[in-house]
Design a protein around this ligand. Structure first.
Ligand SMILES: C[S@@+](CC[C@H](N)C(=O)[O-])C[C@H]1O[C@@H](n2cnc3c(N)ncnc32)[C@H](O)[C@@H]1O
Length: 258
């Protein structure tokens, strides 16, 4: 069972995110760092497609893929409702190949943390590079390394979100393991309680994700021979660099294909 099979509830659960701010951030990074004049965007592990739809509204030519057919089906219906022409398909970020080249790729929330093995990261970066124009950007949002060093998430990972009569209660760190010191993998059993107009049920997940250290990821970027790190942030606020303060709670990396 996975929340990724229930896209409607996924959107409610993660509705706390500031979509406008995050898309402003993406646009600003493109304006400052991109050396490509290609205004097409590829959303990798796009989930329900909220970001690509918003970027489509802002004039970008948008595409995206996700490993979950349910997420893609839902993203397609959202794009249609919003009158956005988006190319959306089911694919794996370790083995995907695109027919055209993009000016920017994004991988938001913690999609990248699902790359568990070294060879998967290497293959992934190679494939992203192949899908980008020279000078194009790859924007990655992942967990802050604090979660590796201390195994303490930067914010609470239990919350409740509502949409009208529907309530979604999330305990993402239910039965969270310590970080495995050899593989850097954490396991959790997120428990999500759905209360939807008298219909109540639990979604019990089993998740494995990998926490990346900053220097470790720099090493992957160097070894890829395709990318250069051009900036890093601790949140989607432009003035929040990646550092050790508490409000630097994500690791957001801006890579450019050189
Ligand atoms: C935390 S969600 C983020 C979704 C979206 N980027 C967002 O910001 O809302 C992680 C997504 O990664 C997808 N995913 C996990 N492993 C994947 C893989 N190997 N290839 C493509 N998508 C994957 C999941 O299906 C899920 O939709």
């Amino acid at each position: 069972m996975s929340i990724y099979n229930y896209p409607k509830y996924y959107d409610i659960a993660f509705g706390y995110r500031d979509l406008d701010l995050e898309c402003d951030f993406i646009e600003k990074q493109i304006a400052v760092h991109s050396r490509s004049d290609n205004f097409s965007l590829l959303d990798i592990a796009c989930g329900t497609g909220s970001h690509l739809i918003e970027m489509g509204k802002r004039g970008f030519d948008v595409s995206g893929f996700d490993i979950s057919p349910k997420m893609i089906e839902y993203a397609k219906s959202k794009a249609e409702i919003n009158n956005i022409h988006a190319n959306l398909w089911v694919d794996n970020m370790v083995s995907f190949k695109t027919e055209k080249l993009f000016g920017c790729a994004i991988n938001l929330l913690t999609g990248f943390n699902y790359l568990l093995r070294n060879e998967d990261v290497e293959e992934h970066l190679k494939r992203v590079a192949l899908s980008l124009n020279q000078g194009g950007l790859y924007i990655i949002e992942m967990n802050h390394p604090r979660e590796f060093i201390t195994n303490e998430p930067s914010t609470t990972n239990s919350w409740i979100e509502t949409d009208g009569d529907i309530e979604v209660e999330v305990d993402w760190d239910n039965e969270r393991s310590a970080v495995d010191l050899l593989t850097h993998i954490v396991t959790t059993k997120p428990l999500i309680k759905i209360r939807d107009k008298g219909n109540e049920f639990d979604i019990k997940m089993e998740e494995k994700f990998r926490i990346y250290l900053y220097r470790e990821i720099l090493h992957y970027i160097d070894c890829s021979e395709h990318f250069k790190l051009v900036n890093s942030f601790g949140s989607f606020r432009f003035d929040k660099p990646l550092d050790n303060t508490k409000d630097s709670w994500r690791m957001i990396l801006i890579l450019r294909k050189e």
